[in-house]
Design a protein around this ligand. Sequence first.
Ligand code: GDP
Length: 318
Amino acid sequence: LFPVLLHFIFSATTPYTTLPSVLLLGPSGAGKTALVTLFERGPLYHRQQQQSTSTPETLAVSSPVAKTHTSQVPFSVELAVATDTPNPSYRDDLDARGATAKKFLLVDTPGHAKLRSNVLAPLSDLAPTLSIPSTLSSASTSTSTATTSRSSDTGAQKSKLKAIIFMVDAAALADSSSGDALAPTAEYLYEVLLALQRRFHKRVGSRAPRSIPVLVAANKLDLFTALPAALVKSNLEAEISRIRKARSKGLLDSGVGTDEAGVVGGDEADDWLGAYGGDKFSFKEMMEFDVEVEVIGGNVVGEGPGADMWWKWIGERI
Ligand code: GDP
């Protein structure tokens, strides 16, 4: 009886807004809001599929996608990923299956570039938390796994950050004619990774802080013009190499980080992303700072690999 009682007291006193969170970042237009909507309505697709003969992908397209979230506050949905299967899907109807699941918050961030510093600042904290508006009300979707918060209300709860999804538009990255999307996208990712690297350096003693993995979600692979995930990865790495070199040159020119003899000091090493001094940047270098970066392709709408690989990635890290 005692363990049962303990469990009861514990769960009764643990507010559900202390759920861990997954932060969704990336340039605007990448498909973040579309992804949140897809995951939020996941179990609903499942029920529709059973009644319909259309393909799941067509259903995903036909369902209205939420308008891009333009407000200045984070927008979060409560989701649950099945833990009793090696291949969980966001379409799982967990209640119907009686599945064991882990709950988490997926937090979409304000898209505007000017607000990015607010988003990035907490990433360097040893134990990063996200402020979640406390009024999580039941969603109108009537699914048991999705709860929505759209308010910018008063009280905010702190949620422990577990993982980051950095979403990119793989079609925009392929298309150099429509304004260069690669440079600003890589710049943003550079800032995210640098913030996580700084966090690693804040460790006390030899114990590294809990790792926060990063998934680069190469979206829109339904479009035949989109770059495959491997090219998204190599293009981002090449652009980050360029940014890293340009920034270090800027620092040297201004004399920041060098001593009287012009030798690079510790400060510059701190501002250098990845393994110090290298020419070509690779995401693998981030493992030196306990930051795992994986690039996985997918799509939110249309025909393609879909979003289940991303969902699985979340399930394994939450
Ligand atoms: P956000 O600014 O990152 O939140 O991007 P949105 O979610 O508002 O998406 C921007 C546009 O891309 C919208 O018109 C979406 O319908 C579209 N979009 C999102 N995901 C996909 C996808 O996988 N494939 C295609 N073809 N379009 C997508």
